[in-house]
Design a protein around this ligand. Structure first.
Ligand SMILES: Nc1nc2c(c(=O)[nH]1)N[C@H]1C(S)=C(S)[C@@H](COP(=O)(O)O)O[C@H]1N2
Ligand SMILES: [Mo]
Length: 357
């Protein structure tokens, strides 16, 4: 068991957004490194920390229902993957009018190395039947939930449940993990101990923590966290479920409002997208127009943010830096946040002021 003190220590480097349920952003420096140290990895939980009985059941439309312990999962072939997780609400604070939901700034994004069993191996062992269409993932956490701003609490007890298409879940190429280690150590309570799902490329809502049961369904799943929340409610077009992370670049260096000497300055940052590797990052130094190409490093893994740099001959004065990423399928960041009622997927181009003296 984790003591209160351990939990406090695990949280001390984070920037708290909400004490209960505990939600916290990564400190800005966390975006500098390729892999985010565990203590700097953002935390997003919809409910209080649950207790978990240590078993994972696999059931529903399968020929061989399973009940697995951590030891059973560790006995399966292990894979290790660096995966960038971003909360769909990251950047909500910059959208107007401000939607309800946790007021995330720009640091609900991190990259850790996850080790676990392949979901496809576990499903293969359970043998889904031909009538299976989706796989449902149930977390051990539950509680009352703020459903609308008008009715602060529904009074209804909800559990965190999500689903994926069976074809996606059962495909080894999807690289979906049932992870038990994070950055070389057993998962901590805030990140879903004893095991959690890790779904590369998807906004992190798909990566169910404290995973308790997996069920193969013969009908599409409907639930608060699948068809209620985590849906883009666009004002002018049909609603869409939140799926892949949207293409985005962040500037990590120089820091916002930095004062730097004139001369050569390396502008640096991270870029990621759930719909393909980053094909280009462009930088603008005048706040408008005139984009110049940055150098984008090759991805160091398939599921993981990329570093970009731009050599800038900085001249005295105030400059507004912008960075704009495009991914391999041609998605590019918009100038203004794509407003939707619950404030998901804000990947608007950021503007940052720097004074050169
Ligand atoms: N069981 C459960 N899993 C969950 C959540 C949750 O509230 N309960 N939150 C999801 C959301 S919205 C995000 S962004 C990620 C955050 O993962 P992290 O806390 O490890 O960064 O977990 C996802 N998995
Ligand atoms: Mo999230």
């Amino acid at each position: 068991m984790t003591s209160e003190l351990d939990l406090e220590q695990a949280r001390e480097q984070l920037v708290m957004i909400n004490p209960q349920p505990y939600n916290a952003e990564a400190p800005p420096g966390a975006l500098d490194s390729d892999i985010t140290p565990t203590r700097e990895h953002y935390v997003r939980s919809n409910f209080a920390l649950p207790t978990h009985d240590g078993t994972l059941t696999v059931d529903g439309s399968v020929d061989r229902p399973l009940s697995l312990t951590s030891a059973d999962l560790r006995a399966l072939p292990a894979v290790e993957r660096a995966v960038t997780l971003e909360c769909a609400g990251n950047g909500r604070l910059d959208t107007r009018p401000l939607p309800t939901g946790e007021p995330w700034g720009g640091y609900a994004v991190s990259t850790a190395v996850w080790r676990g069993a392949r979901l496809s191996d576990v499903l293969a062992e359970a043998r889904p039947r031909a009538d299976g269409v989706e796989v449902r993932f149930t977390g051990a956490d539950s509680g009352t939930y703020h459903l609308t701003p008008v009715l602060p609490e529904s009074g209804e007890t909800l559990t965190f449940v999500r689903s994926l298409a069976l074809t996606h879940a059962a495909d080894p190429a999807s690289d979906i993990l049932i992870a038990y280690d994070m950055n070389g150590e057993p998962l901590g309570p805030d990140h879903g101990s004893p095991f959690r799902l890790i779904v590369p490329h998807w906004f992190a809502v798909a990566s169910v923590k404290w995973l308790q049961s997996i069920d193969v369904l013969t009908q599409p799943f409907r639930g608060e966290f699948q068809t209620g929340h985590y849906v883009y409610e666009w004002p002018d077009r049909p609603h869409e479920p939140v799926t892949y992370m949207r293409v985005r670049a962040r500037i990590t260096d120089p820091a916002p409002a930095a004062v730097i000497p004139a001369g050569t300055c390396t502008v640096r940052g991270k870029a990621w997208s759930g719909t393909g590797p980053i094909a280009a990052v462009e930088v603008s130094l005048a706040g408008a127009g005139e984009w110049q190409p940055a150098e984008v490093d090759e991805p160091t893994g398939p599921h993981h943010w990329q570093t970009w740099t731009f050599q800038w001959e900085a001249t005295p004065g105030r400059h507004s830096l912008r960075a704009r990423a495009t991914d391999a399928v041609g998605n590019v960041q918009p100038d203004v946040p794509p407003w939707n009622r619950l404030g998901y997927g804000n990947n608007a181009i950021e503007v940052q002021y720097v004074d050169v003296i």
